[in-house]
Each structure stands twice: as C-alpha cells, then as structure tokens.
Design a protein around this ligand. Structure first.
Ligand SMILES: NC(=O)C1=CN([C@@H]2O[C@H](COP(=O)(O)OP(=O)(O)OC[C@H]3O[C@@H](n4cnc5c(N)ncnc54)[C@H](OP(=O)(O)O)[C@@H]3O)[C@@H](O)[C@H]2O)[C@@H](O)CC1
Ligand SMILES: Nc1ncnc2c1ncn2[C@@H]1O[C@H](COP(=O)(O)OP(=O)(O)OP(=O)(O)O)[C@@H](O)[C@H]1O
Length: 262
C-alpha cells in the first residue's frame, strides 16, 4: 500500500474510533454529559483533520480532492461536495461531471477545476459507447494518482451508461489505492454492484435513510431494524468487507465492522 494511503487509513481509523456516535444511552443525564463531550470531541476532531497553514508547504500539500458527480439534472450536489472540501482546508478541488453540467458548475465558483468528461446515454449513439468509455477512463487516469481522495456520486444521476463508466473509474481508483467516499447515486451504483467496494478499506460510504435501506436490503437481504441499529450497521460494514459506513440521520452512526461502537 502507498505511504499516502497509509496515512489516510490512519486518519480514517482515528475518525472511526473518536467520532461520538448516536445512541448515547437512554438515561437523560448520561445523554447530556455525552452530548457535551460530543461537541468538545467534534471540535477537537475538526481541529485535528483541518490541515494547518504552514509556510513551508506549497499548493496541493494540504489535499487534492476530486468529485465524480454532476449531470444534466443535478449540479448543486457536486458543487457543495467540492466547495466544502476547499472550505475545510483542501488546496485543490476538481469536479468530473457531464458536459452539460460543467458550464453550470463553473459559474458557481471560479475556485473549482471542472472537467466535462462524462456522457449520458441520451447524448450519444450506441455504437459510440465503447469508444467514449475508453476516452473517459483515459481522461481520468491522467489525474487519478494525484488525488488524495475521490468522492463518487453527488448528483451523478442514474443513467446506466454513465454509471458503468463511473464503476470503471472506481476500479481504477481502487487499483491505485486512492481513498473513495461514496455518496448519493454512487451508493445506488454500489448497491447494484457491491463488489466495487467490497473489501476496500479505503472506502467510506455515507448513506442517507433511503440509500441505507437499499444497501441493507441488497447486502443483508432484510429490512432496516432501528432497534438494532448499531449491530446492523456493524454487520453491514463487515459484510462489505470492512468498508467504513456513516449512516446519516438524526444521529449519524459510523462503523467499519470491527469496532463495536458503530
Ligand atoms: N441540487 C442538487 O444537485 C441535488 C442533488 N441531489 C442528488 O440527487 C441524487 C439522488 O439523491 P436523493 O437524495 O434525492 O435520493 P434518495 O434519497 O436515494 O431518493 C429520494 C427519493 O427520490 C427517488 N429517486 C431518486 N433518484 C431517482 C431516479 N433517478 N429515478 C427515480 N426515482 C429516484 C427515490 O426513489 P427510490 O430509488 O427509493 O425508488 C426516493 O424515493 C444524488 O446523487 C444526490 O446527490 C440531492 O442531494 C438533492 C439536491
Ligand atoms: N432527522 C434528522 N435530524 C437531525 N439531523 C438530521 C436528520 N436527518 C439527517 N440529519 C443530518 O443531515 C445530514 C445530511 O443527512 P441526509 O439524511 O439529509 O443526507 P443526504 O440526503 O445525503 O443529504 P444531501 O441533501 O446533502 O444529499 C446528516 O449528516 C445528519 O447529520
């Protein structure tokens, strides 16, 4: 594994261990004390993960992030993911999106680097598809190893051709040990094909309530049981080979399958 990936892995494990998760117990007093501890802990965690300004560093060393997302319908979600990375300290933030989403995303911010490389089925002929997917892969391969993290899915949409290309992008990222955060329609893609992330310890899934339901149904073959939320999440993460899952909701829960506090 690459050195850079090891440091990211360490940071991931630190987060999994230290994030205060929901379900802080039933007794109110205990809950209040733990809630206060949550805020203090959250501030410490944020301080620890935001790269400090350092005169000896140059642009890029505080993080290069790429978002794969954004299609004809959705331009807001990839913008927020990419700009948030910059706002918490990353130096460079890229967006790989469809050709028609790109000019819109560019107008939101001159700070983002926007690559109009993805295609949806409506815009191309069947006989062009193979050639186009090769071209998309070649375009992103030029950049992949430079990224500290790939965020896959915000506003991707569900076009099968586009999702097929994105699945290949994920496989290439995985071969190069690039950490991947999977959100939005990226979760739709990996629910269809969990092998894309199965066993990849540098993958973090961030499902909302619907995305989580679909994942549980597909992987555990049952409905979500809120009374066993922690164990269920732990089992799900374990079943997908130790990926980290952050289940979003009233209380966010996080587990990598190994740690009993998920
Ligand atoms: N401003 C932006 O750019 C925004 C962009 N966004 C982006 O949108 C993408 C989807 O995210 P989301 O949160 O709407 O999806 P989610 O909670 O799974 O489902 C909610 C309900 O919608 C339905 N549904 C969804 N897609 C469908 C489809 N193609 N065709 C049919 N049904 C579909 C779904 O139905 P179901 O699949 O459960 O049958 C469920 O009932 C994701 O990439 C996100 O980043 C959002 O963050 C919003 C702001
Ligand atoms: N019922 C809730 N009460 C309080 N906070 C919530 C609740 N549900 C979600 N959140 C918070 O909102 C954040 C976003 O979760 P949400 O379930 O809306 O995900 P999402 O649909 O992926 O969001 P987005 O609109 O950014 O795509 C979560 O991290 C969580 O902290």
């Amino acid at each position: 594994m690459l050195a850079s990936s090891s440091s990211v892995l360490r940071r991931q494990h630190f987060l999994v261990r230290s994030l205060c998760v929901g379900g802080c117990g039933n007794r109110k007093r205990l809950h209040d004390i733990r809630s206060m501890a949550c805020y203090a802990e959250a501030e410490n965690i944020l301080r620890a993960i935001i790269p400090p300004l350092d005169r000896s560093k140059y642009k890029g060393q505080a993080g290069k992030v790429a978002v794969v997302g954004g299609c004809r319908e959705y331009t807001g979600a990839p913008y927020f993911a990419a700009i948030s990375a910059l706002k918490i300290g990353a130096d460079l933030s890229h967006v790989f999106c469809t050709k028609d989403a790109a000019p819109v995303i560019k107008t939101y911010s001159p700070e983002l680097i926007v690559h109009p490389i993805l295609e949806e089925s409506y815009n191309i002929r069947d006989e062009e598809k193979e050639q186009i997917s090769v071209k998309v892969l070649a375009e992103i391969d030029k950049w992949l190893e430079r990224f500290d993290c790939l965020v896959v899915g915000p506003g991707l949409g569900r076009d099968p051709f586009l999702l097929g290309c994105v699945g290949q992008i994920m496989s290439h990222a995985r071969q190069r040990n690039v950490p991947i955060v999977v959100d939005g329609d990226g979760l739709f893609l990996i629910t269809e094909n969990p092998d894309l992330v199965n066993g990849y310890h540098l993958a973090v899934l961030t499902p909302n309530i619907n995305e989580y339901k679909r994942l549980v149904k597909k992987v555990l073959n049952c409905e979500v049981k809120d009374q066993d939320a922690h164990q269920e999440l732990q089992l799900l993460a374990k079943q997908i080979g130790g990926v980290t899952i952050m289940r979003k909701g009233k209380s966010d829960l996080i587990s990598d399958g190994d740690i009993g506090n998920g």
